[in-house]
Design a protein around this ligand. Structure first.
Ligand code: HAM
Length: 410
């Protein structure tokens, strides 16, 4: 028997309906905040992701050569593609641009619970606003979206300015190596890397910074950072917005394009793969041929949110089954059409079974049976049977439809 590729999943209807119900909640919040959906290709020129995504992501990419000899990558994330699209299509649009997306990404990682090779992100990008208010909006929206799903999480907010200030005398490539150790909280690797650079004196302040939880301490450890006012202001706005978060100045993010405020969220009931959201302020547009536009965004790991939520009952929908005798069978399509036109989910018999077998099947899959025999076919009335209570009524079609809809709305 052929199997699906490692790290991918199949979703049966119950699971798809549960997933769609969570997706609909996220879409609802994005809409209320004025974020409009965009869509980019599943694959892009490889260069798009090698410019500034970082070694971690590059190692995990699905890369292939197409028939024209172009190097192509399946998107490992969507931010770079959205900014490429912004530069291509919307550079002159009035700012800010508020965009959102729900799409699958591909990373060749070692699969485990919550870590897949194909996974979905619900993300937003706020393009063209370089303010503390913009940073705060993005974090508040992230919290609002996570809250709507019902997931329990902790949100950590930081800013790269502190680390960058401490590492300012180290050249950019070595800086990234040091930050990669910090990202993994690998303090042994950090000490070794700083030792190799002759910068062991940075180990204590870096360790203190990672552990400190107040802005005042962070400024004390890292010294004067030029972004001080902006950082204080975004935190003040965040507090005024009622968002629950902790400060964490050890947040580095796995992707290389971040420049300012950064944040991550974790679900307590997940194992090693417990990060359910990541984001921050970044600059990418100038690398793709556009102006140096400030952007800020995040992506929610949709699959991890679902794992954290556990079993979700698919939304309940009223189902009717049309069951007919041979004399009534030719009336069935017209009656089914009338119910469907009223938005009701209708199943009809396509197995050409007898009435008894149709009703037995309906009892397993439907809430109501609409029975059409010779009498019903001649009179234009239908027999509506509630399959849960057994109650049965003969009604005109419009009343039967109203009754089914009222049952669904109760
Ligand atoms: P990221 O942290 O790489 O950020 O991914 C965002 C989220 O996607 C993670 O927090 C995690 O929940 C989920 N995720 C990542 N890898 C996997 C995987 N293999 N399986 C399941 N879920 C996974 C970004 O991708 C940035 N583009 C976010 C962003 C948007 N920053 C600014 N704008």
């Amino acid at each position: 028997m052929l199997q699906k590729p490692r790290g991918t999943r199949d979703f049966l209807p119950d699971e798809m309906e549960a997933r769609r119900s969570v997706e609909a909640k996220l879409r609802g919040i994005a809409r209320c905040w004025g974020y409009r959906e965009v869509c980019t290709p599943e694959f892009e020129d490889l260069d798009l992701f090698t410019v500034r995504s970082g070694e971690g992501i590059i190692d995990e990419m699905y890369i292939f050569e197409d028939k024209g000899g172009r190097k192509i990558a399946l998107r490992p994330e969507i931010t770079a593609a959205v900014i490429r699209m912004y530069v291509n299509e919307a550079r002159v649009a009035p700012k800010p641009l508020r965009w959102c997306y729900f799409a699958d990404c591909f990373r060749y990682e070692r699969p485990q619970k919550g870590r897949y090779r194909q996974f979905w992100q619900f993300g937003i990008e706020l393009i063209g606003a370089d303010t503390a208010t913009a940073d705060a909006e993005v974090i508040a929206l992230a919290a609002d979206m996570l809250d709507t799903t019902g997931v329990r999480y902790d949100l950590n907010v930081g800013h790269l300015a502190f680390l960058k200030n401490l590492l300012r005398d180290i050249e950019p490539l070595a800086q990234r190596r040091v930050m990669a150790h910090l990202d993994k909280k690998d303090f042994t690797g950090l000490e070794e890397a700083l030792g190799d650079l002759g910068k062991s004196d940075l180990v204590p302040p870096l360790t203190d910074l990672v552990e400190c939880r107040t802005l005042r301490d962070a400024f004390e450890i890292a010294g004067t950072v030029p972004e001080r006012e902006r950082i204080e202001r975004s935190i003040t706005i965040l507090d005024a917005s009622g968002v629950k978060y902790s400060l964490d100045f050890g947040i580095v993010r796995g992707l290389d394009y971040y420049t300012g405020m950064v944040f991550e969220g974790f679900a307590g009931n997940l194992g090693a793969e417990n990060q359910i959201i990541g984001g921050g302020a970044y600059r990418l547009a100038h690398l793709f041929g556009g102006d140096d536009v400030a952007s800020c965004g995040f992506a929610i790991g949709f699959d991890r949110v679902l794992v954290s939520l556990g079993a979700i009952a698919p939304p309940k929908e009223t189902v009717i089954a049309i069951a007919s005798t041979s004399e009534g069978s030719l009336s069935a399509p017209r009656i089914a059409r009338a119910f469907r036109a009223a938005g009701v989910r209708v199943e009809t018999d396509i197995m050409e079974r007898g009435l008894g077998a149709q009703l037995a099947h309906a009892a397993k899959s439907a809430d109501f049976a609409v029975v059409i025999g010779r009498r019903e076919a001649e009179s234009g009335y239908v027999t509506l049977k509630n399959l849960h209570s057994g109650e049965q009524k003969t009604l005109d079609l419009a009343t039967a439809i109203a009754e089914v809809n009222a049952y669904g709305a109760r």
